[in-house]
Design a protein around this ligand. Structure first.
Ligand code: 4AD
Ligand code: MG
Length: 499
């Protein structure tokens, strides 16, 4: 009997005959044996085909990368095989012979890969990222479900701003200007007064005109909102949720994380309670001598590393000239590509660090923290850090004015460790009708446009709050990615809308 089987399940079928349906990653032939590396979405498996299986051997010999095929054979455990199991092939069905595949095992530039994103997703690294993204979302959903939160789907087409007016995407809606939602929050606040504990998860849009490693124009945000809650409750919820997500990812994806070059132990440092500082304390960190010294040291380290890489580059280039073995040439060439990527990164750091030192030194109380400021602050802590109580002028209209310091609002940003920046933004909401109207006017918004939202402050207004987690920012941090664009299946940025 032959059973259909996915590669991830091979371990339960040792000694049995199975049929695998997938695609060819790589074919190696020699000494009367063909090794087919096959992937099926659940993993990669080596399939061994001997030349005495004449028909199958013949069919295999013409196969190109990414050809679709079904393999029938016996499963055996083999420590040397990638994944620990292999298949001794008895029959091979060729489903489709692929044309010459644009993405080869040699390295490609990231722009090329992004233009082929629809195919790039088939690579092991990208597929792993998609699986971890799935786990993060599943983990959040389970977390909120277990705590009695109700999922609310908020609209994507909205009449006005939910955050600042500069990043709105206008849409022509039957001859009226409306916008793509920047957040589900205002609608969630309404649902929260109906149900007490609610959350939403959906795409959100910001016309970000900056090209940074942290900004997408379309990203997915997970937002909880709770009634009868103050800022401390919001912070506690965020901490519990982050611990849950990181814990689930580390438990389920330890090997995946390693394959991405991410050390799971770094994530094990994410333990409650997280550090908590105010914005004013964050500004003190920016102004400190310690910050200048740390950055000066980073700069020196980057320069040293660049020198080391230059030496390695020369050595590898020499080795490349000396060898004609294809596998060796490929290995050296790939390392040379890596070196040049690392050099780019170091040069970027060497260019930027002096600017960041200057920005930190001159940071003025009142401004929002920029990307480099967040990086500097997070480097002062081992784990994530909550920064609360920002100045009113730096934040959105709906945040509750602080009783202790009327210049500030009761908000919180969570900065991920190691310079990955803000992953969560949240606040207690202004629940006083008059103060809210005043803040809207001060931010140039017309309270008449938000009359329905103001109703929530007219009929049974209570302290409440919530936050938004950027799914891609979370994945970028957890997987240790250099750029947020790899954290979403089809990224949209200022410079890219295709594929
Ligand atoms: O801090 P933000 O703007 O907060 C809000 O939208 C609130 N309405 C959320 C709430 O309180 N319900 O965005 C929340 C998070 C950020 O911390 C970041 O992780 C992510 O969304 N984010 C982005 N991610 C990728 N690209 C962008 N352009 C992003 N802008 C925000
Ligand atoms: Mg924010």
């Amino acid at each position: 009997m032959v059973c259909d089987c996915r590669i991830a399940e091979l371990k339960h079928h040792v000694g049995e005959r199975v049929r695998l349906e997938g695609w060819l990653v790589r074919l190696r032939q020699g000494g009367g044996v063909a090794f087919l590396q096959v992937r099926d979405g659940s993993g990669v498996c080596q399939c061994v085909l001997e030349s005495n299986k004449e028909e199958a051997f013949e069919a295999a010999s013409g196969l190109t990368q990414e050809s679709a095929l079904a393999v029938t054979g016996d499963v055996r455990a083999d420590e040397r095989a990638p994944g620990g199991y292999e298949i001794a092939v008895s029959a091979l069905d060729v489903v489709h012979v692929a044309q010459e595949y644009p993405i080869t095992p040699k390295s490609h530039g990231v722009e090329f890969l992004m233009s082929h994103r629809h195919l790039w997703l088939r690579s092991q690294r990208q597929a792993t990222l998609l699986k971890i993204r799935h786990t993060i979302i599943q983990s959040c959903r389970a977390f909120f479900d277990e705590r009695g939160f109700v999922l609310i789907d908020t609209p994507v087409l909205v009449p006005g701003a939910g955050e600042d007016t500069q990043t709105l995407f206008p849409v022509n809606y039957f001859d009226r200007d409306v916008y793509l939602a920047q957040t589900g929050q205002l609608y969630l606040e309404s649902a929260c007064m109906a149900l007490g504990k609610v959350y939403c998860l959906g795409p959100t849009f910001r016309a970000e005109k900056s090209k940074t490693r942290r900004h997408l124009t379309e990203f997915w945000m997970l937002e909880p909102e709770i009634a009868y809650a103050d800022l401390d409750d919001v912070v506690q919820l965020a901490e519990d949720m982050i611990c849950r997500i990181v814990g689930d990812v580390v438990r389920r994806h330890e090997d995946d994380l390693r394959s991405l070059g991410r050390d799971p132990d770094a994530l094990r440092l994410v333990q409650a309670p997280f550090a908590r500082i105010t914005y004013s304390e964050a500004v003190e960190i920016l102004h400190s001598d310690e910050t200048q010294e740390k950055l000066a040291m980073e700069l020196a380290e980057a320069r040293d590393q660049l020198t080391l890489l230059e030496a390695e580059q020369k050595q590898k280039a020499g080795e490349l000239e000396q060898t004609s073995k294809p596998w060796k040439r490929e290995k050296i060439t790939n390392r040379l590509h890596e070196i040049s990527d690392e050099q780019e990164e170091l040069k970027r750091q060497i260019r930027n660090i002096p600017q960041h030192m200057e920005l930190a030194r001159q940071f003025e109380w009142g401004k929002d923290l920029g990307g480099s400021d967040e990086t500097i602050i997070s480097r002062h802590f081992e784990g994530p850090v909550f920064v609360t109580d920002y100045p009113i002028e730096a934040k959105a209209f709906y945040m509750k004015r602080s009783d202790d310091d009327p210049r500030c609002v009761r908000n919180v940003d969570l900065l991920a460790p190691q310079g990955y920046g803000e992953v969560i933004g949240g606040s207690q909401r202004e629940d006083n009708l008059d103060v809210l109207v005043e803040q809207m006017r001060a931010k140039g918004l017309d309270p008449n446009d938000y009359d329905w939202y103001l109703d929530l402050r007219r009929y049974g207004s209570v302290p409440h709050g919530g936050f938004g987690l950027g799914v891609e920012r979370a994945l970028t941090w957890i997987c240790g990615l250099k750029h947020v664009r790899e954290a979403i299946p089809f990224p949209r940025t200022m410079g890219r809308i295709e594929p």
